[in-house]
Design a binder for this molecule. Structure first.
Ligand SMILES: N[C@@H](CCC(=O)N[C@@H](CS)C(=O)NCC(=O)O)C(=O)O
Length: 220
């Protein structure tokens, strides 16, 4: 089909997880194209995938002939293309706040803990696993401390990051909390973050996007 949506995704990629949530919130049909980030050195580094995304990162969204990269840009593309369930608030102040929260995760916390960063530590500098994992916990903790302050007691915070409708900030927050749990971050100091995460995961759109519910997740 000409305008079919195809998401190049990896079950445990938090950037792909953001887009899966956005697609589900909008109620859009899409096919998952799995890209295994680890097997055989990583399928993101194959010439075929490089042609789709010279950054060799997931996600990539194909919409018919269009190739879209960068999860936040993809979420905004979805919002501008399909009106149902807006992912950004209607007012400019709300949009600025939603983007600031989303970018705190996507631009500050996530990139320095990415697979390729950890692989560089391991393969180039021989940093042992406990130190690599400590690095991840440190930067998630610092980022979450800031996010918790930005969310707690803010009049713009509701059931979700911005008001009572889940949006782009929640699309970023929930996958980052998944990563935090994966690396054993103590979440007790972040009650607002975990409260919002629980509210999100109770919704089918978030539940269906969970890593363990993906077709390429390992079957246990
Ligand atoms: N800023 C990018 C980040 C994408 C990204 O870092 N994806 C990770 C998975 S979460 C990846 O593909 N990593 C592969 C690698 O590090 O080699 C976005 O938001 O789309």
């Amino acid at each position: 089909m000409a305008d079919q949506l195809q998401l190049h995704s990896y079950w445990r990629s938090s950037a792909a997880y953001r887009v899966r949530i956005g697609l589900n919130l909008k109620g859009l049909d899409y096919a998952i194209v799995p890209v295994h980030l680890v097997r055989d050195g990583g399928e993101q580094h194959t010439p075929g995938y490089h042609a789709l995304n010279p950054q060799e990162l997931v996600p990539v969204l194909q919409h018919g002939e269009r190739v879209l990269r960068q999860s936040l840009a993809i979420l905004e593309y979805l919002d501008e293309t399909w009106a149902q369930h807006p992912l950004l608030p209607a007012d400019s102040r709300g949009r600025a706040r939603a983007r600031a929260l989303a970018q705190t995760v996507a631009c500050e916390i996530h990139p320095i803990n990415n697979l390729r960063v950890l692989q560089y530590f391991e393969n180039t500098w021989n940093v042992p696993q406990p130190e690599r994992e400590d690095w991840v916990r440190h930067w998630i903790g610092q980022g979450f401390a800031a996010l918790e302050e930005m969310l707690a007691d803010h009049p713009g915070t509701g059931r979700f990051c911005v008001g009572d409708i889940p949006g782009v900030a929640d699309c970023c927050l929930v996958p980052q909390v998944y990563n935090a749990r994966r690396f054993g971050v103590d979440l007790a100091p972040y009650p607002t973050i975990t409260r919002i995460e629980a509210a999100c995961l109770a919704l089918p759109a978030f539940d269906a996007a969970r890593p363990e519910n993906q077709p390429d997740a390992p079957r246990v």
